[in-house]
Structure formats: structure tokens, C-alpha cells
Design a binder for this molecule. Structure first.
Ligand code: FAD
Length: 438
């Protein structure tokens, strides 16, 4: 309890100091610019004023779950894609996750004679969210979640030469409600994560629809990196997808009609402007590490540290607010209040971003851990970002933790392990397809 209190007070006090500094710095910057011409904000609000560094069909902000899926789908539909990534490496929170993805029906389920359907998944999402999830969003999600598991498996076969999910593991564990600590240990198909009994479902009756990636080379590790590997391998193989690193989205650029036409980013060489002829994707992973956003929108979250990627500070949400986007559900997050120890294959230490693991691959997570933030941008079932009047902002799309959908449920009621990656990939692919074919 003492530690909890210390953490809370130090985070809150830190933020107060940082807030003052940030306001002072911004004030100084604007005052300094005002004598010499346009401020950064003015430069980014008018297309004519912009000197573009690069022009593509689709700019994807964030190279994690939602961003990678969006980029692959947009490229598959013929679009040229630029991924702008704030960290030095790809992966985001997805590449440090447990390795679970939810979906139904899937080939693995079918081969094991598990009776499941997109309709059953839809019903389950609505149950877990007490009916608060938009029906359109839940429907769009449920319809693609199963095929996306198969898609990921096929990408792994094509680009890595082996499947992402292993049938032998699935057979050993099919039907279990809790296959042990994470599926890589317990098997690749189970029903972990949800408190089924809360909804009148006995654990042994729960439909196994959480698929866990197989961990390599052994089966004792969290397999988030292995779940991300097929996405990265696919992107590496595409000549029409380029990625720039250590480059952070700052603002969106709109034309005189309010259509999003590109982004302003801050990179190693200073400010860059990237033109997007078909659309901009926001996939910057929410604000689990965004103390300023938490102070403004969800002060309860300040009581928690986070195991999520340390650069996810709400940049995509903030940029969209700058062009009139609506927010939804801002103070809904997933708290984990017991200490946990995660184990990864140490081979990934230099492959994906910002591990806190030790030399044996363990990441210790203290109690009072802020997992995903669920609040963010209002979107529709086409993954378009909505303005405060409920209208799509043209050429602006979003998925993953930057969205404020209710699909993850009332805190604690979420539909089961794997729903986050599953949702991120679902609306990532939807956005990629919509932008490329519009
Ligand atoms: C330990 C752990 C275990 C988990 N286990 C699971 C699990 O088993 N199954 C599951 O479904 N979910 C799990 N999750 C949650 C899941 O990983 C996230 O919900 C998911 O990755 C969110 O996808 P995203 O695309 O929104 O964000 P991310 O995957 O985090 O990607 C966001 C990307 O945006 C980048 N970025 C941030 N700001 C900017 C900027 N300004 N400009 C450009 N790029 C930027 C980040 O660096 C990052 O690469 C787990 C998370 C953790 C940390």
C-alpha cells in the first residue's frame, strides 16, 4: 500500500511540474515564431504553405498492431504507403504482448470441431459491453475477426515459412477455459481472460476462441513478438511500403475544405511534412504512457504505472483533436492490480521496441499497472474518424488504442484474451482497404 501511494504521488507531482514546463515551452515557441512568420500550427493548417518531403497514397502513423495491418492491406489494394514510427524499432505494445488474438470462426476452430461463428462473437461482445458497444462496430469487428486469424497464419506461412499458430498445441488444449499462464504454455486455442461466470457461462462451457501464437524456440515465453513477426516480415517484403523511424506525428495537415491531406512530423532531422493523397491512418497506441493526456481526461489513471509501450502518449488522439475530432469514453482503461512476471524469448531484445526485460527475458510488472487505455477517437464501422457532429473527417482513419470504442467493455468485462490485437487488426485492415479503394 505504501508503494502504491508513493507511486501515485510521485506520478501526480511529476505531472504538475511537467505541465507547467510544457505550457511555458509552448508559449515561448509561439512567441518566438510570431515575429518571424507563421507558427507551426498555421503552417500545418493550409496545404499551400507546406513543403512536402514525400508524397504517397496512404500515411500510417504508428508501426504496431493497427498500423501494420493497415499498411499491409492498403498496399495489397495497390496503394503506396509510408509508415511513420516514433520509436527506433517497430512493434509497439503488440510486440511485447502475450501473443493472443481472438477470432471466430477460424480454420483451427473448424479443424478441431469447435462450433463457433461471427454471430456468436458479436453476441458475446454485446454481452460483455452491457450493450454499450455500437452495434455497427461490433458487427464489423465480429465479421472479420475470424478471417483475420487465418490471414495472420497465412502471412506467417508465406513470409516466414511456418504457421503462426500450431495445430498440435491446439489439439492438446482445445476446450480448456484456462490453458495455464498464457497460451504459449497452455496451447494455442483456449478461452482465457474473461470472467465468464459473471455472464452466466461456466468456464468449461466457454467457447475457445483465443488463439495464441506459438513461441519460438521454446514454449515458455509470451509470444507477442511471434504474433507480430508475420506482419513485419510481410511489410519488409513489400516494395510499396516504406517505414521511417524516430519520427513522430505531431499535427495533421488539412486543405481549405477540411480534408486531411497529410501530416507534420518531428524526426531526427527536424520537421517533415508527408503528403497523403488517399488518407492518413492514426495508429499511435492510445495514451497509456501519456501523463499529460491522463491529467486532462482520466486522472484516475495517474495512479498506475504501465507495461505498455513507453512512447504511446496520445499523439494520434491529440493530432485529430486539432482538426475537430470527437472523443469518446476517455476514462475507460484496463487496470491490472496484481504484480506479474512476463517471460519472452530473449532473442527479441533488439528486434522490437523498448523492452524492460532482463537478460533471461523476464519483464517484471509491478501491481497497479495501467494496461490499455480504451478512450480515444470516435470512429464509425469504416474506421473513419468522426467530428463532434458525427460526420466523418475526410481522409482520416483510426484503429487500435487510439479509438474510443466500447468494444473492450466495461473495465474488467472485456471479451477475453486477444480482443485488443484482434480489434486493432480488424479496423486496421478495414481502414487500409477503404483508403486504398476510395
Ligand atoms: C505485456 C502486454 C501483454 C498484452 N497481451 C495482449 C494479448 O495477448 N492479446 C491482446 O489482444 N492484447 C494484448 N495486449 C494489448 C495489445 O498489445 C495492444 O492493445 C495493441 O498492441 C494495441 O495496438 P495499437 O496498434 O493501438 O498500438 P501499438 O501496438 O502499441 O502500436 C502503436 C505504435 O505507434 C507508435 N507511436 C506512438 N506515438 C507515435 C507518433 N506520435 N507518431 C508515430 N508513431 C507513434 C508506437 O511506437 C507504436 O509502435 C498486451 C499488452 C502488453 C503491454
Amino acid at each position: 500500500m505504501g508503494n502504491t501511494e508513493d507511486t501515485r504521488f510521485s506520478r501526480r507531482n511529476f505531472l504538475k511540474g511537467a505541465g507547467v514546463a510544457a505550457v511555458a515551452a509552448a508559449g515561448g515557441m509561439l512567441a518566438g515564431c510570431s515575429g518571424g512568420g507563421s507558427t507551426p500550427a498555421q503552417a500545418s493548417s493550409g496545404e499551400q504553405a507546406v513543403n512536402w518531403s514525400k508524397e504517397v497514397d496512404v500515411v500510417v502513423c504508428g508501426y504496431g498492431a493497427a498500423g501494420a495491418a493497415c499498411a499491409i492491406e492498403a498496399a495489397a489494394q495497390g496503394a503506396s504507403v509510408l509508415i511513420v514510427e516514433k520509436a527506433a524499432l517497430s512493434g509497439g505494445s503488440m510486440a511485447r504482448c502475450g501473443g493472443a488474438i481472438m477470432g471466430a470462426p477460424t480454420k483451427i476452430q473448424q479443424s478441431l470441431d469447435v462450433k463457433d461463428s461471427a454471430d456468436a462473437l458479436y453476441d458475446w461482445v454485446m454481452t460483455c459491453t452491457d450493450g454499450t458497444c455500437s452495434k455497427d462496430i461490433a458487427r464489423a469487428y465480429a465479421d472479420v475477426a475470424g478471417p483475420n486469424v487465418d490471414w495472420l497464419d497465412a502471412l506467417a506461412e508465406e513470409h516466414l515459412g511456418y504457421p503462426c499458430f500450431e495445430m498440435a498445441m491446439a489439439k492438446a488444449n482445445v476446450g480448456t477455459a484456462d490453458g495455464g499462464h498464457n497460451g504459449a504454455v497452455g496451447g494455442c486455442l483456449d478461452a482465457t481472460g474473461c470472467e465468464y461466470e459473471k455472464f452466466g457461462v461456466k468456464l468449461e462451457e466457454a467457447v475457445p476462441r483465443t488463439h495464441w501464437a506459438k513461441a519460438t524456440p521454446d514454449n515458455t515465453a509470451n509470444s507477442g513478438p511471434e504474433l507480430f513477426d508475420p506482419l513485419k516480415a510481410c511489410i519488409d517484403a513489400q516494395s510499396t511500403i516504406e517505414a521511417v523511424y524516430e519520427t513522430a506525428l505531431k499535427r495533421l495537415v488539412t486543405n481549405a475544405d477540411g480534408v486531411v491531406v497529410g501530416i507534420e512530423a518531428e524526426g531526427k532531422n527536424g520537421t517533415e511534412f508527408y503528403k497523403a493523397n488517399k488518407g492518413v491512418m492514426l495508429a499511435t497506441g492510445g495514451f497509456p504512457a501519456g501523463l499529460e493526456m491522463q491529467e486532462r481526461f482520466c486522472q484516475d489513471a495517474l495512479d498506475y504505472a504501465t507495461y505498455m509501450s513507453d512512447v504511446c502518449t496520445g499523439d494520434g488522439i491529440k493530432a485529430a483533436m486539432g482538426v475537430g475530432a470527437d472523443l469518446y469514453n476517455m476514462c475507460n482503461y484496463y487496470p491490472i492490480e496484481v504484480a506479474q512476471s512476463y517471460h519472452y524469448n530473449v532473442q527479441y531484445n533488439d528486434v522490437y521496441h523498448s523492452w524492460n526485460m532482463d537478460k533471461e527475458g523476464y519483464m517484471e510488472v509491478p501491481a497497479m499497472n495501467l494496461a490499455e487505455t480504451h478512450g480515444g477517437l470516435a470512429i464509425n464501422a469504416d474506421a473513419q474518424v468522426l467530428d463532434v457532429w458525427g460526420q466523418p473527417i475526410e481522409h482520416l482513419y483510426c484503429s487500435g488504442c487510439d479509438t474510443g470504442t466500447n468494444i473492450f467493455g466495461i473495465p474488467g468485462n472485456y471479451p477475453g484474451c486477444g480482443c485488443y490485437v484482434s480489434f486493432s487488426i480488424a479496423f486496421g485492415r478495414i481502414a487500409g482497404e477503404k483508403m486504398a479503394t476510395a
